[in-house]
Design a protein around this ligand. Structure first.
Ligand SMILES: *[C@@H]1O[C@H](CO)[C@@H](O)[C@H](O)[C@H]1NC(C)=O
Ligand SMILES: *[C@@H]1O[C@H](CO)[C@@H](O)[C@H](O)[C@H]1NC(C)=O
Ligand SMILES: *[C@@H]1O[C@H](CO)[C@@H](O)[C@H](O)[C@H]1NC(C)=O
Ligand SMILES: *[C@@H]1O[C@H](CO)[C@@H](O)[C@H](O)[C@H]1NC(C)=O
Ligand SMILES: *[C@@H]1O[C@H](CO)[C@@H](O)[C@H](O)[C@H]1NC(C)=O
Ligand SMILES: *[C@@H]1O[C@H](CO)[C@@H](O)[C@H](O)[C@H]1NC(C)=O
Ligand SMILES: *[C@@H]1O[C@H](CO)[C@@H](O)[C@H](O)[C@H]1NC(C)=O
Ligand SMILES: *[C@@H]1O[C@H](CO)[C@@H](O)[C@H](O)[C@H]1NC(C)=O
Ligand SMILES: *[C@@H]1O[C@H](CO)[C@@H](O)[C@H](O)[C@H]1NC(C)=O
Ligand SMILES: *[C@@H]1O[C@H](CO)[C@@H](O)[C@H](O)[C@H]1NC(C)=O
Ligand SMILES: *[C@@H]1O[C@H](CO)[C@@H](O)[C@H](O)[C@H]1NC(C)=O
Length: 866
């Protein structure tokens, strides 16, 4: 029996649960329909108006991509909604056509991990606006970002750098600011990958077969309810609160039900509890079933085909058929279309839209519009430069994210009095293949400024550290400094020779990671180790053996093991520069020469050994040919929470970073605020609205005379015989065998206790406590500090401390400021599985303030609140 389109939840329950005792995802139906509450009201009203006028085929067209033929998958960045409605009685089309990067004449932005390292909400917002403007000006409707999954269960997970940090609060704040920025620029943001997408290995069964694992299903992230709420779901709550227009469901399974088939994560958590009003789209190839996924809460199939490049779809014609044969209720399709259009209106796509002016298949000016079928040779690339002045914010994020991990007196900043500067390491120089010489940045040649995969962009240029340092010395120095660069990591003798004559050696090393469809030096997306790449340790060793003023600069997507060298007495300073984007060299020299006083803080822990982080990435199939099982047994104890709980000393702790000045913390004040009592949400939803009239098969036939693009997906039928049109051998299977109970009802439904229209029950976001501290710049230069507030929730199973608030503040030398922040109910609560709600436990809670997860000079007990 072929079960392709069955609901995976039901399948799991029936097939495995008893026999093999695998984690299981409870069904939750029906799929909550949009209600247009809060700030969605106007957009929702317009969407309902618009969708009410559409035909069945037009609604289906909104939900289903035109297929892989219409765009390039590797470089997925945005989709284009080609949208025109009936106007003046003339027939226009409503369709969804994905258009994706990489484009050209666009910026190469710093990675999410760098944004996290700035701890600067304003910079996160500004980067969001800048990215949004570039997508908008290229004609893209949806930018496929930002990323909160992976969150960072694994320090060596391949795509961690695309997101922000392995802390839900830091990530949540950065998600929200980025989303607001992108959407204020008039482009729909997409919070992804929902959810539990923590490793690249086995994320897609087909991909894993490509590297030798004969598995039939993708990895299952088995996550308990408490961990889900307290860790992985948290930043998505902030995304929904920020008004995000779309969410992308992930490749992996959660409790053995696929990300885009999982009624528990999509219907219950995202749409039910969080009250998400936008649309859920599938990751490219993550759509696994027609009827099942529609009922489980998927709203848009991207790029639409069953497998990339096939001319068939789980939706498209099949979706039209399943509404006509009453398997999927009309209201569910209407809800999909309304959610898509509500997001469209919410960000103002109807006001600012430009037609797409680039192709994701080629950089040539002319080419085939339908690339893989070589049809329609036209002008594709208009080479519209969308960079504006974004280099400025890119440069600023680059320098403000640079973390000073070590600095002996006199080492940094440089002074232009240097006698001889040695620049050592391939990571200082250019990629001999060109900055964009490897497809989707899938190599580690020259300086590293971006990881690899579909989350990358083409660089417009890439300023290397070598270029920027040479430029600095030659143009702004005193004319006396000598400077030499050795960028061949095999040339250790030459490095030794230069190092032994240098007054300062700047050593550049890196490690890289990316997305699982590209393997670089045996790293299948995820890193295969946590050491440096390309002989980096030997380069450092060579420098330190010959130069007692060695400064190490690292470009890495996350933590690397530095234990063998960081405390070498000849290493006078260490900087982590992350993946800084196109302005890499300039951002760095701003810090090296003290024009920017470093204020970045590491957004992850630097441990002594890999094992200190806990579980290893699952790299061997552990369930025969079935889905590899990744049990999230560590619960919410990842990164610093793990180190704290185990009382293991890291080398550099989460939140740590030095400055060229010195800050002091004093005068902690804690005050309870007046607040209402928390009330669980009760009551029922309204009846699901049905828009438009029911149609007959005959009204949905392919229009005669239409020029069908080969392999394109259309919403129409070949014949009034539905079975024939669906061309599915399993067509007509008895509904009671696969339609989950209650999945098709549109009657009012019981609301969840923790639910609310914008991220959950409004009481969760009510401030209960105000905290104030004084911060003094006790040094001689101006600088930025990041006050960090941690809370101990006090329960036996709780992390020792969790980050709950932070800001980045600039303080002049000798000055002090008062920093005030608040804690809301969610900040002080635990998820209670029994009541399915957030509860403030009776355990004594404590607040800590300081400038890293382990440098917390101020602390106080919290007053009892409820
Ligand atoms: C997964 O299973 C765990 C343990 O039974 C349960 O707590 C959790 O809610 C389930 N999550 C999903 C998404 O099914
Ligand atoms: C829907 O159709 C009605 C009647 O034809 C028209 O008045 C209205 O403007 C249309 N609304 C939209 C959003 O197209
Ligand atoms: C659906 O979209 C395709 C292009 O992707 C277009 O050719 C077709 O006319 C659209 N059909 C309807 C009913 O809007
Ligand atoms: C892969 O597994 C399937 C079923 O589990 C089996 O039919 C097939 O022969 C296997 N293929 C290889 C290459 O081992
Ligand atoms: C309908 O979906 C099935 C899989 O469920 C697929 O095999 C078939 O090709 C699809 N039909 C069309 C017309 O895309
Ligand atoms: C560039 O990267 C490719 C792919 O990883 C590698 O094979 C090649 O040796 C590198 N070339 C240089 C000059 O670094
Ligand atoms: C770790 O992986 C990198 C990149 O593939 C490689 O260059 C390095 O040699 C590896 N380290 C060890 C200790 O094997
Ligand atoms: C390095 O060695 C030189 C010469 O031996 C000495 O003058 C200088 O002070 C040393 N620098 C550091 C940073 O120890
Ligand atoms: C430090 O550098 C000096 C050269 O300046 C060298 O003689 C010494 O061995 C180095 N020390 C270490 C620990 O590498
Ligand atoms: C529908 O008809 C077209 C044109 O004859 C054909 O290419 C396509 O395969 C048919 N689709 C199905 C699902 O039978
Ligand atoms: C209705 O159509 C869908 C999509 O083609 C198909 O999977 C399903 O089996 C059909 N159901 C019935 C009862 O005909």
């Amino acid at each position: 029996m072929k079960l392709g389109w069955l609901e995976a939840t039901v399948l799991t329950a029936a097939t495995f649960a008893s026999a093999k005792d695998l984690a299981y995802s409870p069904p939750y139906y029906p799929s909550p329909w949009a209600t247009g509450e809060g700030e969605w009201a106007e957009a929702y009203r317009r969407a309902v108006d618009f969708v009410s006028n559409l035909t069945l085929a037009e609604k289906v067209n909104l939900t289903t991509g035109a297929g892989y033929v219409a765009h390039s998958y590797e470089t997925a960045r945005g989709i284009e909604l080609v949208l025109t409605a009936y106007a003046d009685g003339s027939k226009n089309t409503v369709s969804v056509r994905p258009v994706v990067s990489p484009a050209d004449y666009n910026s190469g932005f710093p990675a999410g991990v760098n944004v996290a390292a700035t701890w600067d909400k304003q910079l996160a917002y500004q980067r969001g606006v800048a990215m949004g403007e570039e997508h908008r000006d290229k004609g893209v409707d949806v930018q496929l970002g930002p990323v909160a999954g992976p969150l960072g269960k694994y320090p060596d997970g391949g795509r961690g750098w695309e997101g922000f940090a392995p802390d839900p609060v830091l990530t949540g704040v950065m998600m929200a600011e980025t989303i607001k920025g992108i959407q204020d620029a008039g482009v729909i943001a997409c919070a992804k990958h929902f959810i539990g997408n923590e490793q690249e290995h086995f994320r897609q069964a087909g991909e894993a077969q490509g590297y030798g694992y004969n598995i039939t299903e993708s990895v299952s992230s088995n996550i308990d309810d408490k961990t889900m709420h307290e860790l992985y779901l948290w930043p998505f709550v902030d995304s929904v609160r920020a008004g995000v227009g779309s969410v992308m469901c992930s490749y992996n399974q959660i409790n053995n039900s696929y990300g885009c088939s999982n009624s528990y994560t999509l219907n219950k958590l995202l749409k039910g509890e969080l009250g998400f009003q936008g649309f859920v789209m599938s990751d490219w190839g993550a759509h696994h079933s027609g009827v099942g996924d529609a009922l489980a809460g998927l709203d848009m199939s991207m790029p639409g085909d069953v497998v990339l490049g096939s001319p068939y779809s789980f939706w498209g014609t099949n979706l039209t058929v399943s509404v006509l044969n009453s398997t999927i209720p009309e209201w569910r399709l209407d809800d999909m279309a309304v959610r898509i259009m509500a997001a469209y209106y919410k960000v103002g796509r109807d006001r600012v839209r430009t037609p797409p002016n680039f192709s994701s298949w080629t950089r040539d000016e002319y080419g085939y519009e339908h690339n893989i079928v070589s049809e329609n040779y036209v002008k594709l690339n208009y080479r519209v430069n969308v960079q504006r002045d974004h280099a400025n914010v890119i440069r600023k994020i680059g320098s403000d994210s640079t973390v000073l991990l070590k600095n002996k007196p006199g080492a940094l900043p440089l002074t232009h009095q240097e006698r001889l500067i040695a620049i050592l390491g391939e990571d200082a120089g250019s990629n001999a293949y060109g900055a964009n010489g490897c497809s989707d940045r899938g190599c580690d040649n020259g300086t590293l400024a971006m990881g690899w995969g579909s989350g990358t962009a083409n660089f417009p240029y890439l300023i290397t550290p070598e270029q920027a340092i040479q430029n600095e010395v030659l143009n702004y120095g005193n004319g006396q400094t000598n400077v030499f660069a050795v960028t061949d990591n095999g040339a250790l003798d030459q490095m030794a020779a230069v190092a032994s004559t240098a007054s300062v050696a700047l050593v550049f090393v890196n490690a890289d990671s990316g997305e699982g469809y590209i393997s670089v030096d045996g790293n299948m997306g995820d890193r295969k180790n946590m050491t440096l790449w390309k002989n980096g340790e030997e380069v450092i060793k060579t420098a330190t053996a010959h130069c007692n003023n060695t400064i190490v600069i690292m470009h890495t997507p996350g933590s690397v093991l530095v234990g063998d060298w960081y405390d070498n007495e000849n290493i006078t300073a260490i900087l982590w520069a992350g993946l800084p984007g196109q302005e890499s060299g300039r951002s760095l020299v701003d810090v090296l020469y003290g024009r920017v006083n470093p204020g970045g803080k590491t957004p992850f822990t630097w441990g002594k050994e890999r094992k200190d982080y806990g579980a290893a990435i699952l790299t061997e199939a552990n369930n025969g040919n079935g889905a590899p099982q990744d049990d999230f047994n560590e619960g919410n104890l990842i990164d610093y929470r793990r180190f704290d709980k185990d009382d293991v000393e890291p080398i550099f702790e989460f939140g740590f970073g030095l400055s060229y000045t010195k800050f002091e913390f004093s005068d902690l004040e804690v005050k309870a605020l007046k607040a209402d009592k928390y009330e669980a949400t009760t009551g029922k939803s309204k009846h699901a609205p049905v828009l438009g009239k029911s149609e007959k098969a005959s009204e949905n036939l392919f229009p005669s005379g239409i020029n069908r693009v080969r392999q394109y997906l259309y919403p129409w039928l070949n014949s009034t015989n539905l079975k024939e049109s669906a061309a599915d051998p399993d067509y007509g299977m008895d509904a009671k065998d696969y339609i989950p109970e209650g999945a098709t009802t549109g009657t009012p439904q019981e609301l969840l206790p923790a639910s609310g229209p914008s991220g959950g029950n409004a009481g969760l976001f009510e401030d209960l406590i105000q905290v104030t501290a004084t911060i003094t710049n006790a040094g001689t230069v101006a600088g930025d500090e990041v006050p960090q507030l941690y809370v101990s929730l006090g329960g036996e199973d709780d992390p020792v401390r969790v980050l709950r608030a932070f800001d980045r503040v600039s303080i002049a030398p000798g000055q002090q400021i008062q920093w005030t922040t608040t804690l809301n109910r969610r900040d002080l609560s635990n998820w209670d599985v029994a009541s399915q709600n957030w509860v403030i436990s009776s355990a004594q809670k404590k607040v800590y303030v300081g400038n890293s997860s382990r440098k917390l000079p101020l602390s106080a007990d919290l007053p009892t609140v409820q």
